[in-house]
Design a protein around this ligand. Sequence first.
Ligand SMILES: Cc1cc2nc3c(=O)[nH]c(=O)nc-3n(C[C@H](O)[C@H](O)[C@H](O)COP(=O)(O)O)c2cc1C
Length: 185
Amino acid sequence: MDAIEALHNRISSPLLTEPAPNAEQLDSLLKAAMRAPDHKMLKPWRFLIIEGAGRQAFGDLLATAAQARDPEIDDEALEKARNKPFRAPMIIVAIACITEHPKVPEIEQIITAGAAANNIVTAAYALGLGAYWRTGTPAFDETVMKGLGLAENEQTIGFIYLGTPDGRSRRLPELDPTECSRHWP
Ligand SMILES: Cc1cc2nc3c(=O)[nH]c(=O)nc-3n(C[C@H](O)[C@H](O)[C@H](O)COP(=O)(O)O)c2cc1C
């Protein structure tokens, strides 16, 4: 698919099914991430790939974290947390890795990691895959971040759910650039 076509038409796929991206597609998604604009080439990102049985371990971690946040949590809510990773056959955890740099403040490093994550989502669309970028409470939860092995200088910026789109996607909105732009002065 043409790059402009992908950029203009990308849409999230809330319903995802098997198959997961294959090895070649995953490689392509990660290469797209690594071409994000990156001030001083700090590469302020890393990615964890969770698939297959790994989703069970991730679900257990989400449930443990939910229970730590709310010791009174009921069984239904606990099960809901445990099942979240099964919404897709693969999840890429996108992590911003922040280092001190005299010319590249933290916000730029987080933006770059976000651009890398966005490249994954757009590349997935271009490859005919489905993707859905989620965060929610778990992305900022200490138990989850520790369980995933994040260091003190790292922050989860997205759980990118990936797979094959299941069902029709919603209609694309009309894009009118005049809504958000004007010439200056
Ligand atoms: C940083 C970030 C975090 C997001 N977190 C969530 C989330 O937790 N849950 C959710 O439903 N959508 C979340 N979204 C939005 C969806 O990924 C999606 O972009 C949105 O539903 C609009 O759909 P579209 O991408 O098809 O236009 C997040 C997007 C970004 C960029």
